[in-house]
Design a protein around this ligand. Structure first.
Ligand code: K7E
Ligand code: CUA
Length: 765
């Protein structure tokens, strides 16, 4: 940076302090009526805008976690603003967060490998938030991969994926993730039947050899990880199990899973048979599976399970004999089973039935207690008569799918896929209350805390499969359309269309934003994927390069605005390991890292340590740099990887600096440092006159500023020593380094000052 540039910077800096306290002057204003006219907005539009608009600096009331469908990710957005806040990388490598680039996150993705193969995508369907006593607690998020049966664990302290578990028994899944009311179990039901454990059997043996099932993963809340050794599966008939839900309150200990092809039809167009769709929807009813999972867990603990690929599976003969699984007829081709907030009812909708059916848990239990069954299915599982389980059937419309619940007792919202509508209805008294059109072909519907014991009401979101004409066309593939609906009044009101351009978001969960308490920084040197301190953790001043034969290990750091080391010299063929620690503590002060042409890419949030491994097989000069625009000197946050060709013979060269500096340059720099110090003193006086320690954000900014200033004496000493030796170039450069530390301290200090101004802190304690 040029000298006069620096001077301008100081002037600008002083000006910034002055401007910060100036009032804004208003120009000739357009009236609200003018804007309505110009933009052709109705009163209703204005009302919707007022209900969804979140002014700059204000925050959303709820946070939604949406499946990212084929992207294998999770999308986080705010409600009511519908502003996207984050994509969480889960099953798919994702460069922005360096997921799948550093060794730490590669280790998580590698947990999801199957049969020795990298699976680099996922078909995410159902996110589930962790619950305590049946309500969201804001600690964990789980999501399933339908295509490759897997479940991932995301920690909501840092919104990072921590674990992926592969289902060792089943070949596909759909009815996951759902959590028990204290999140000690996570459910994952099969979709398409196949022989257990991945073995082969011809389709002719479908009835005998193909199986469905439900997996109950044990979740260790203190470790925040799934424990596969404590988990088990329950074998089910090959009925194409679909969605599931856990019981709650009085129905805790039970789970419910619907199915859509209890006909066990096997298609085969090429064999001259009608396709799956014909044979799988021939009967008038399918089966709701009612599972006493707590009893199943006891039987597994008592050694009654079989092992399939080392995983415990409770087989159907045991389930039938011990009363673990019961079947109840359910509407044709159902999709979705949802337990009411009080745990007393279970709603199931059949895509090919216009009614939603409501079952009574109490009636089901009474039938089981009285052993009142209409018979058994081909696998020996008892069938409860519909009339012995049904509470009511409510005509809602065409193609009912999923149901969510309102804060008002008895009120539910059900998506109507074929009608493209949302139905509001009363499941206790069996009455339709209101319907609203959506655009178009709604899949899931989601209400605030809408699948917990304590729904919050206010909004529902319609997750529409098609957008068609809602947005500016962007090619033949349109975005999905999430529509926000106000449900706080008697009539539902459409508020907002939000395009989702990342994949098909099957299901979403939304939590009261105040329940989330994400961290600002990691404890220094954290491997964020294991929550442990990394062996690569490096403290400032302890950076080093260790060479052992062909192995080169770099212990480096990043802080505004340099990477240490700045030069890494290796020989062609060396195996390189680079550990980088971000030394920053300030909020949002992330650094990146890349080495061009070596596919090295890092994202280091404050406190994180990440590791990069590669073989330096290509000789040459490879610049590396920080990929986040992290400070005014971000572009200078750079270095060189020098890979010497095999057999390279160095010739004697003396380094010659680009620019030589004189005593006058040095003195000019000293003066500038003194001026800058004055500005810093002003900011410090301003901040410390106010109770800044009461605000953790300001307090940590001030810690960071103090850190930067703490480096001044050493650089100053070096500058003075060089000056004493008459080496004006080194003297000037070290004096300039002093200036760099000052600038960063001032920059952070000014941020602290701005924050104090925004929060209205006044002098005093
Ligand atoms: Cu798309 Cu829940 Cu997988 Cu329904 S699912 S729409
Ligand atoms: Cu760090 Cu740019």
């Amino acid at each position: 940076m040029a000298h006069n540039g620096n001077r301008r910077w100081i002037r600008g800096f002083t000006a910034a302090i002055a401007i910060a306290s100036m009032a804004h002057t208003a120009g000739a204003a357009e009236s609200l009526q003018d804007v309505m006219k110009r933009r052709q907005l109705t009163q209703e539009d204005l009302m919707a805008a007022a209900k969804t608009y979140v002014p700059s600096g204000k925050r959303d009331e709820f946070l939604a976690f949406s499946s990212g469908g084929q992207s294998g990710q999770v999308i986080v957005y705010g409600i009511p603003s519908m502003r996207i806040l984050k994509y969480i990388a889960v099953f798919t490598p994702e460069p922005w967060q360096a997921y799948g680039y550093d060794e730490e996150s590669k280790a998580v993705l590698n947990q999801g490998r199957m049969n020795g193969r990298d699976i680099t995508w996922g078909d995410t369907h159902h996110p589930a938030l962790s619950e305590t006593n049946g309500d969201y607690d804001g600690q964990f998020l789980f999501i399933n991969d339908k295509a490759n049966p897997r479940i991932a664990v995301i920690d909501l302290r840092d919104f990072e994926t921590k674990q992926i578990v592969v289902n060792p028994v089943f070949q596909s899944e759909h009815g996951g993730a759902f959590v028990s009311q204290n999140t000690d179990w996570i459910m994952e039901a099969v979709q398409y039947a196949a022989p257990l454990g991945g073995s082969y059997a011809p389709l002719e043996e479908f009835n005998d050899k193909y199986r469905g099932g439900v997996t109950y993963w044990k979740f260790d809340r203190t470790r925040g990880r799934i424990d596969p050794s404590g988990s088990f599966a329950v074998e089910l008939p090959p009925y194409s199990q679909d969605l599931s839900d856990f019981g709650k309150l009085g129905s805790d200990g039970w789970s419910f899973t619907n199915s859509f092809c209890s006909e066990r039809y096997v298609g085969g167009i090429e064999r001259g048979r009608p396709p799956f769709e014909a044979g799988c929807s021939a009967k008038d009813t399918d089966y709701l599976h009612v599972v006493n999972w707590r009893k199943a867990a006891e039987l597994v603990a008592a050694g009654r399970a079989k092992k399939v690929n080392g995983f415990s599976v409770l087989m159907m003969d045991v389930s039938a004999a011990e009363g673990v699984v019961y079947l109840v007829p359910e509407p044709k081709s159902p999709h979705g089973v949802d337990v009411t907030p009080d745990g007393k009812y279970i709603t199931v909708s059949g895509k090919l039935d216009t009614h939603t059916w409501v079952y009574s848990f109490e009636k089901i239990q009474a039938a089981i207690a009285a052993k009142k069954f209409t018979g058994k299915d081909d696998y020996g599982l008892p069938i409860i008569a519909l009339e012995d389980a049904l509470h009511t059937q409510v005509p809602l419309g065409l193609g009912p799918l999923h149901t969510q619940y309102d804060s008002r007792p008895g009120i539910a919202y059900t998506s109507l896929y074929v009608d493209s509508m949302v139905a509001k209805w009363d499941y206790v008294n069996g009455k339709l209350i209101d319907r609203i059109p959506v655009h178009y072909n709604i899949g899931h519907i989601m209400a605030m805390h809408g699948d917990t014991v304590k729904p919050r009401g206010k909004y529902v979101v319609a997750l529409n499969k098609l957008a068609i004409d809602r947005f500016n066309p962007v090619g033949p593939l349109h975005p999905q359309n999430h529509q926000l609906i106000d449900v706080s009044n008697d009539k539902m009101q459409m508020l907002y269309d939000m395009p989702v351009p990342l994949g098909e978001p099957h299901y979403v969960v939304a939590i009261d934003a105040t329940l989330l308490k994400p961290i600002i920084r990691y404890p220094a040197g954290t491997n964020s994927r294991t929550d442990e301190i990394s062996p690569g953790k490096t403290r400032p001043g302890e950076e080093k390069i260790v060479k052992e034969g062909k192995k080169v290990t770099v212990f480096g750091t990043e802080i505004r605005s340099h990477i240490t080391p700045e030069i890494i010299e290796v020989d062609q063929g060396d195996e390189i390991t680079i550990h980088l620690t971000n030394l920053e503590r300030a909020e949002d002060q992330t650094h990146g890292f890349t080495i061009g042409k070596y596919n090295v890419n890092g994202s280091l949030e404050p406190g994180k340590t990440a590791t990069f491994k590669f073989t330096a097989d290509q000789p040459g000069v490879f610049p590396y740099y920080c990929t986040e625009f992290c400070s005014a000197l971000h572009l200078e946050m750079q270095g060189y990887l020098l890979v010497k060709p095999t057999g390279y013979k160095p010739t004697a060269v003396t380094a010659k600096a680009g620019t030589q500096y004189t005593q006058a340059d040095y003195e000019k720099q000293i003066q500038q440092n003194a001026d800058t110090q004055k500005v810093i003193d002003e900011v410090v006086a301003y901040v410390t006159a106010r109770p800044y320690k009461n605000d953790p954000m300001v307090s940590s900014l001030m810690d960071d500023a103090t850190d930067q200033l703490g480096k001044v004496p050493e650089a100053k000493q070096k500058a003075e020593a060089a000056a004493a030796a008459g080496n004006w170039s080194d003297a000037m450069l070290w004096a300039n380094q002093v200036y760099q530390y000052q600038v960063k301290a001032a920059d952070i200090g000014l941020r602290a000052k701005t924050r104090l101004d925004q929060t209205g802190a006044t002098p005093g304690n």
